[in-house]
Design a protein around this ligand. Sequence first.
Ligand SMILES: *Cc1c(COP(=O)(O)O)cnc(C)c1O
Length: 409
Amino acid sequence: MVKRFENKIWLSSPTMHGDELRYVTDAYESNWMSTVGENINEVEHLICKKVGCQYAVALSAGTASLHLAVKLAGVKSGDKVFCSDMTFAATVNPIIYEGGIPVFIDTEYDTWNMDPVALEKAFELYPEVKVVVVAHLYGTPGKIDEIRAICKKHNAIIIEDAAESLGATYKGIQTGTFGDYNCISFNGNKIITGSSGGMLLTDDEEAANKVRKWSTQARENAPWYQHEEVGYNYRMSNVIAGVVRGQIPYLEEHIAKKRAIYEKYREGFKDLPVKMNPYDEINSEPNYWLSCMIIDEEAMCKTVRGENDVLYISEPGKTCPTEILETLAKYNAEGRPIWKPMHMQPLYRNNPFVTKNGDGRARTNAYIEGKSVDVGMDIFNRGLCLPSDNKMSEEEQDIIIEIIKGCFK
Ligand SMILES: *Cc1c(COP(=O)(O)O)cnc(C)c1O
């Protein structure tokens, strides 16, 4: 009989090492407590070196970097922008900040990221679109070559949301370099953290300079506060940068641990009717930020999700994400549902959605009948994120695996 965990097993919590405190203390003792200082300069330098980009601008959040990337891309009121559909809302909300209209592109099954076939379809439907925002979900690089080729053909700018994928590579190259403007995050649950923070990465010097200026209230070079453009208070604090600086040397170690967690789950679940979140094993190396699984269709018990609640009927040999998540919670372990696709969100009910078959809104009300009609909805309905915390011990993970196996009995 499995006992409740005494200490909660988290989805993904910060893993600290001690160096963070040293750099924060440096900031304190030198009194560089604002948005200027050695830690900021150093983290920008270290990330450029690690990722392989020319310029990095440290900001208060990944969302701030996405917002300024959308501005750099020149999105204006009423402009449609193609974007990943199955992702965190922060990927797409910045389009709204600038008055743009997100057009959601369905997901593919191979990497759970933007489907290039659906993207090409979207350009047929909306040839005027000039900007594409593409995320790498859960640390797994998407179909980068295909997406870049399509964007090149249609002359569209790419904004890469690498918030979850820092350290992941595609054909040996780091994510965060494939877009014109690229965004990373140091939020508390990411692969490394500053407690908060983010960065805009680019090889375009002029763009980097604009972001530096906009993020510090857009002051002109004058003896007084002179303004020609709208500014933002988006710069990273030197204290936060101290935390990030202490974490950067541990990125590879964090990835190795996350990878071990992923592989242990894969091995542990090999006799269950489930699959792990997939990746392109030939071309990509994820950072394994979150381990996820998807339940085979035949092993799904009956379940109906409304906007704010869910019902399921437990059956021998079958389960569903809700039952697994509830069971994990009972034992004091934290899993999560898959990001609910943006096209299913009440906020974005009226926005266009494109699948590999074309207009994804032109469908029957199959969802109401409990059937998935697009890839994102299907992964959301059958998938979940597993406890993926780097401080989880192997013994604890063994117990998690047993708990989940129990749901299929
Ligand atoms: C975390 C995250 C962001 C936002 O980063 P913050 O630093 O929390 O603002 C954006 N996109 C994705 C996909 C994320 O997971």
